[in-house]
Design a protein around this ligand. Structure first.
Ligand code: ADP
Length: 499
């Protein structure tokens, strides 16, 4: 093969290389380059051929390079240039850029030449710098370890959190940074992690601890991410000191426990007070009945024997006494009934449809008298509850809806129910006189009425009965209403377990 054709073959070969290729003789003269070299350094081919290769190197390295080159030729073998150092190329414009260079000797008829493959690593350097900036500015301590658990890289936060210098950590085992008692278990976990590496929290559900240079332990949260690199699979661990968070959590837990204890204590106190009050109401109303009965019978005798025999004043006094006594009897009976709610009752399955038809039967005369229309939207549920009390509940609400109807308008009452997650919600909706918002709470208090007995009869105990019954079933009772717009009494009954 002629020298020319050899050269053109070599040239063709050089052009296939992805890197800039420069072939230099032992005097440092550039013999051959490829198009990549022209592009990378900004020279035309003829500007470089025959030139000293130092033209492509920043001046401050040029003299050293001369010596290195001589060295290379005396012991020529393939290797990367400047291992461990940062190398730079120099563009025709004088601009420098970071490069990686591998050198190989080429035996030719004209002696040994060296071929240098030059790669521009500006992009990689920039990416590395970006990565390093990110790492250093991260709020967490970030530690990168390899498969053997050896620390490869740490950031400034790691130094701060654990109190070691970078140099003390890099090359050491990661177990340095955790309490010794976890060593073996952590090693096992690490081996496992490398088998199925994915982004995840470490030790989900466990309390993790870090250990600083002074041996002080502190709670941490760690997230792990696998990192595929040229040096194999690495793991990056982002570590957050959660001492403050834990402290707060503990404080909140303590406050909650205290609060719960206080609430329990208060509830127990209230329950006792309630029981005492109920007991008092029961005993008082029960015991009051007897003297009242005596008063009422003697008033009866007086009426029978002396009515008309005394003067007119005495007659009307007798009438007042009789009326007041009767009224007091009703009040005391109501009170006694109220205090009896929930006494000696048993929980059973109650079909609300049945309850309702019994109530309608009992109220038939009032229904007929007012021409009331009562409709049930859908069949009502079967609930677990106290049968007598539930009947009373429906009866009171429906009889109120009938009683408080608008003048010249027949009562229309709709009863419906809907299922909630843990309860049934009922509604008794009427087209009656309605209730002003300011009274929505008051009407549920015992003996509270909004009208006098001349307008609507009653003693003001019906709704307080209802409230007590609903609460006995673990529910709530409330009203939606406006004057003249009808009323919607709603209540819930908890889905209670049979005892
Ligand atoms: P009473 O019916 O004996 O007056 P309640 O405790 O049943 O006692 O009711 C208290 C008050 O609430 C009633 O006096 C009335 O003013 C008002 N109220 C109750 N139900 C209705 C209703 N469906 N429509 C309008 N007002 C009502």
């Amino acid at each position: 093969m002629t020298r020319r054709s050899m050269e053109s073959k070599a040239q063709a070969l050089l052009e296939t290389a992805p890197d800039a290729m420069v072939i230099v003789n032992s005097f440092g003269q550039i013999i051959l380059i490829n198009a990549q070299t022209e592009k990378l350094f900004g020279y035309e081919k003829n500007e470089l051929l025959g030139q000293n290769v130092e033209i492509l190197i920043p001046d401050r390295f040029a003299s050293k390079h001369n010596a290195h080159r001589k060295n290379f030729f005396s012991n020529a073998k393939t290797r990367t240039m400047g291992e461990g150092q940062e190398l730079f190329g120099k563009h025709k414009s004088g601009l420098e850029f970071p490069v990686e260079i591998s050198l190989s000797p080429l035996e030719t008829e004209e002696g040994v030449l060296v071929s240098a493959a030059i790669r521009d690593i500006s992009k990689r350097k920039k990416a590395e710098e970006k990565f390093r900036n990110l790492l250093e500015s991260a709020p967490d301590a970030i530690i990168i370890v390899n498969e053997t658990g050896t620390i490869q890289l740490v950031n400034a936060q790691t130094e701060k959190m654990f109190g070691y210098n970078r140099t003390e950590m890099i090359g050491n085992k990661i177990e340095l940074l955790m309490p010794g008692r976890y060593d073996s278990i952590h090693q096992a976990h690490r081996i496992n992690y490398f088998k199925t590496p994915k982004v995840r929290q470490m030790g989900e559900g466990f309390d993790l601890l870090g250990k600083d240079k002074n041996g002080k332990e502190f709670p941490v949260e760690i997230s792990l991410s696998p990192l595929e690199t040229e040096d194999g699979l690495l793991v990056s661990a982002a570590i957050r000191d959660i001492s403050e968070k834990k402290k707060l959590e503990n404080q909140i837990r303590e406050i909650n426990i205290n609060l719960e204890r206080k609430v329990k204590q208060r509830t127990a106190e209230l329950e006792t007070k309630n029981k005492e009050l109920e007991q008092f109401a029961y005993v008082a109303s029960h015991d009051l009945q007897e003297p009242l009965r005596t008063t009422s019978s003697f008033v009866g005798f007086l009426q029978e024997e002396y009515y008309g025999k005394l003067d007119e004043n005495a007659n009307s006094y007798l009438n007042y006494i009789t009326q007041a006594t009767e009224r007091m009897q009703t009040l005391i009976k109501d009170l006694l009934d109220y205090s009896r709610i929930g006494r000696k009752t048993i929980l059973q399955e109650v079909d609300c449809n049945e309850v309702l038809s019994n109530v309608m039967a009992d109220l038939s005369s009032a229904i007929e008298a007012t021409n009331a229309k009562i409709s049930v939207k859908e069949p009502l549920p079967v609930v677990k509850g106290y049968a007598t009390e539930l009947k009373q509940l429906f009866q009171n609400l429906i009889s109120n809806s009938i009683k408080f109807h608008k003048e010249n308008l027949a009562p229309e009452i709709t009863i419906s129910s809907k299922k909630l997650p843990d309860a049934w919600e009922f509604s008794v909706h009427d087209n009656g006189i309605g209730i002003d918002k300011q009274h929505h709470e008051r009407i549920f208090i015992i003996f509270q009425r909004l009208h006098n007995r001349m307008e609507y009869e009653g003693s003001g105990i019906g709704l307080s009965h209802c409230k007590k019954i609903v609460e006995l079933h673990g529910g709530k009772l409330w009203v939606d209403s406006q004057p003249g717009q009808g009323s919607n009494f709603q209540f819930t009954l908890n889905k209670m377990e049979m005892e």
